[in-house]
Design a protein around this ligand. Structure first.
Ligand SMILES: Nc1ncnc2c1ncn2[C@@H]1O[C@H](COP(=O)(O)OP(=O)(O)OP(=O)(O)O)[C@@H](O)[C@H]1O
Ligand SMILES: [Mg+2]
Length: 720
């Protein structure tokens, strides 16, 4: 019990950790120790003899959080956490379905489809149904199916009401279900839906788990959706103990079906639940916390929480106005470099933004300044094209009915299987109600294809069949992947590609071997095929998380959504502009604005020591130049907490800063963003200008990493 260090908790936290009530709600703001309480509570339950490590089920929001929690619980309990049921809803559902595939009406080797596979399948159905391209968007269908599943609704129960559009969506959903079932394919939403049905359809199994588990604990409860809540409720019923922790102010997944009302629902469903509020924030300096409190105070309908800190005011929040998005990015990269040189660990620095598309410019500046970075939740390893291809080979080897994989790699690398052959096979598969693989074999048997196409297809079929026997002969996952890399022709193919791109792809394929070698499964397996299937599933689930940490210490880039639950010493929030953040899609809708504001609250409260907000006065995004005004969320922060950073500290910002300066530079035949050469300092880019006429001073970001302010008249710049 000593190792639990209960004395490191404040009285409310302690009360939550040691609460003996059956149902407990911990409702508290950011950084108040909710996650810490959850972890300690598991430790306490075990130490107090109220639970065994194996009778606890804990749900986290990301795989990373699950891993962290497992680690901390191992520390607390001083035993390995192998076998603990700690994971995301998706991860836990997957584990259940793997263990009980028969009861779930799935083939044993069912595969998890990612969003790309899903989209490909939907496109195929749309084509198969002969729906004109402009009448329905595959992405909309994907969204529709996801939304239905989040609410626990199968196609048969969709009420379409005779309207063409709705009826078509329903029909596509229905066909989609059919094809997934046929191919043993399960998308992310399906994992949850099936896991719920698994309870409903198998009372004995449910009873088994009800008696196995004694305590269920859920982090980030505010972002739970209907099907997840339903799954939990069926499991816990009135028998099990349920602890939920959450913060209504951090509910940011409404667009994905999350319902903050589930917190209130919990209080209704479990009327005897005890509610504990935590009010002390341990994460952020007072300035940062006060800024966050001021922003979120503009939302209505909050459950209401006060958050205070013992911490000193700390540094003021910095606000930087970039002249354009390049200048904004350069400032951030510069600052990061400075922080790292002054001793801050790169891993303690985060750069958050509203939309993924913003990252490119930021990345370029970081590369330029040689600041190592990684994108958390961006183009992740398992989502890279070549990795998906390799995984598709593996899947097809395991399961020939996997049409999505077959589609993906039939002609990758190019082997002369053209669109016409694809089309013929699709039609055949539809007419015969069989898989593409079966259609391919049928077509070959019946000589249904032209000679060249038939030869190419035969070679592919033979390749997969021979891979099957070879690959599954290896006991080592790394060897399996290596075999596929070599014999599929992918390595050779990418080696022939010119330049950096091809090289990276080859490196990535090799990295997959490394990933496979270090893979260890928590689940049991009987043979090589099952081992491979476990690896593939893990890879698909992991695509939702960041790369491993074993790389060079790097600063973290991520969207605000991915930042939930995390904390960093230094946080930069880029693109603090109307239309960007709040996003223009949400700007005209009050509910939308409130969700954006919660996102701002999440972003601000990620910072421990320092927060820097930046925006660009003009921005080129998606090819258009726009002039956005400062985000309302910045304006909602009291003036006294913010310090506006002047351009490069040596120069104060003139009152008429802005477009006029662009003119001044234009007069001299130069423009912002232009590349120039200086006799002494070498090449650089004009990032700003101020003053006018003979007094014009221009700011140049030289390639040596310094920004210098020069008098235009004397600088003698050569345009490049
Ligand atoms: N009693 C305490 N004493 C010292 N530090 C604490 C205490 N409670 C929590 N902390 C620290 O405060 C930080 C925030 O804690 P934690 O991440 O658990 O908060 P949270 O409420 O889960 O935040 P979020 O809402 O962002 O998920 C962590 O670094 C944690 O270690
Ligand atoms: Mg937390």
């Amino acid at each position: 019990m000593n190792s639990l260090q209960l004395d490191l908790l404040n009285p409310q936290q302690k009360a939550a950790v040691t609460c003996e009530n059956q149902h407990l709600l911990v409702l508290a703001g950011a950084g108040s120790g909710k996650t810490r309480v959850l972890t300690h509570r598991i430790g306490w339950l075990v130490a107090a003899g109220l639970a065994s490590p194996y009778s606890v089920l804990a749900v986290t929001f990301t795989n990373k959080a699950a891993r962290e929690m497992k680690g901390r619980i191992e520390e607390l309990l001083e035993t390995p956490s192998h076998g603990l049921w700690i994971g995301t809803f998706h991860g836990l559902a997957h584990r259940l379905l793997k263990a009980h595939w028969q009861q779930a009406n799935l083939p044993q080797n069912f595969q998890v489809m990612d969003s790309d596979d899903q989209l490909r399948l939907i496109k195929r159905i749309i084509a198969e149904m002969n729906i004109a391209d402009d009448r329905i968007q595959p992405k909309q269908v994907q969204w529709f199916i996801g939304a239905q599943k989040d609410e626990g609704r199968r196609a048969a129960y969709v009420v379409a009401g005779g309207d063409w559009y709705q009826e078509t969506l329903k029909a596509i959903y229905s066909r989609y279900e059919e094809l997934c079932q046929q191919g043993g394919l399960v998308d992310f939403g399906e994992l949850l839906l099936r896991a719920h049905e698994l309870w409903l359809n198998n009372p004995e199994l449910l009873a088994h788990y009800k008696s196995r588990f004694t305590h269920v604990l859920v982090d980030e409860f505010q972002d739970i959706n209907d099907i997840q809540y339903a799954w939990l409720r069926v499991l816990t019923g009135t028998e099990l103990s349920l602890t939920i922790v959450g913060d209504d102010d951090q509910s940011i997944y409404g667009w994905r079906g999350a319902k903050v009302e589930n917190i209130q629902g919990f209080e209704l469903d479990f009327p005897n639940a005890e509610t504990i509020r935590l009010e002390q924030n341990y994460r952020s300096s007072a300035n940062i916390l006060n800024a966050a409190n001021a922003v979120i105070a503009n939302n209505n309908g909050r459950l209401g929480k006060d958050l205070w800190t013992d911490d000193a005011d700390g540094e003021p929040i910095r606000l930087y106005a970039g002249f354009n998005e390049q200048d904004e990015a350069r400032y951030i990269a510069d600052e990061m470099k400075r922080l790292i040189e002054a001793g801050t660990s790169p891993t303690e620095i985060a750069l958050l933004y509203r939309s993924n598309a913003q990252s490119r410019v930021l990345e370029e500046a970081l590369i330029h300044m040689q600041v190592p970075y990684r994108i958390y939740g961006g183009v992740r390893f398992y989502e890279r094209m070549e990795i998906r291809n390799a995984v598709a080979y593996l899947r097809l080897i395991l399961n020939r009915q996997d049409d999505a994989s077959m589609e993906r790699i039939m002609n990758v690398p190019p082997r002369g299987i053209g669109n016409k052959t694809f089309e013929a096979l699709r039609i055949m598969a539809r007419d015969q109600g069989c898989s593409l693989w079966q259609a391919a074999n049928l077509a070959l048997e019946n000589n249904a294809l032209a000679k060249r196409a038939a030869n190419a297809l035969q070679a592919f079929v033979d390749l997969i069949n021979s891979m099957d026997s070879e690959v599954l002969g290896y006991d080592d996952l790394g060897e399996m992947i290596n075999y596929v890399n070599q014999h599929s022709g992918m390595i050779e193919h990418h080696e022939k590609e010119k330049g950096e791109k091809g090289r990276t792809r080859v490196e990535n394929l090799n990295e997959l071997i490394t990933a496979a070698q270090s893979f260890t499964s928590e689940l049991d397996y009987d043979n090589n095929a099952e081992l491979l299937a476990l690896f593939i599933s893990e890879a698909s689930l992991d695509a939702g998380d960041a790369q491993a940490d074993e790389f060079e210490p790097s600063v973290n880039l991520m969207t605000l959504h991915s930042a939930k639950g995390l904390e960093f010493e230094q946080v930069f929030l880029a693109g603090m502009e109307e239309n960007l953040f709040p996003h223009k899609m949400s700007i005209s809708d009050i509910g939308g604005i409130q969700e954006e504001r919660r996102l701002a609250y999440v972003g601000i409260t990620r910072a421990r020591k320092a927060l820097t907000l930046t925006y660009a006065e003009s921005r080129r995004l998606y090819g258009n130049e726009t002039f956005n005004s400062l985000s309302r969320f910045v304006k909602e922060i009291p003036d006294g907490l913010i310090n506006e950073v002047r351009l490069r500290s040596t120069v104060s910002r003139p009152a008429n800063f802005g477009l006029q300066q662009q003119m001044a530079v234009d007069d001299a035949g130069l423009s912002i963003g232009q590349r120039v050469e200086h006799a002494m300092f070498g090449e650089g880019t004009i990032v700003n200008a101020e003053g006018g006429g003979a007094q014009t001073r221009i700011h140049i970001a030289f390639d040596d990493g310094n920004v210098r302010v020069l008098m235009l008249q004397y600088a003698n710049l050569q345009p490049l």
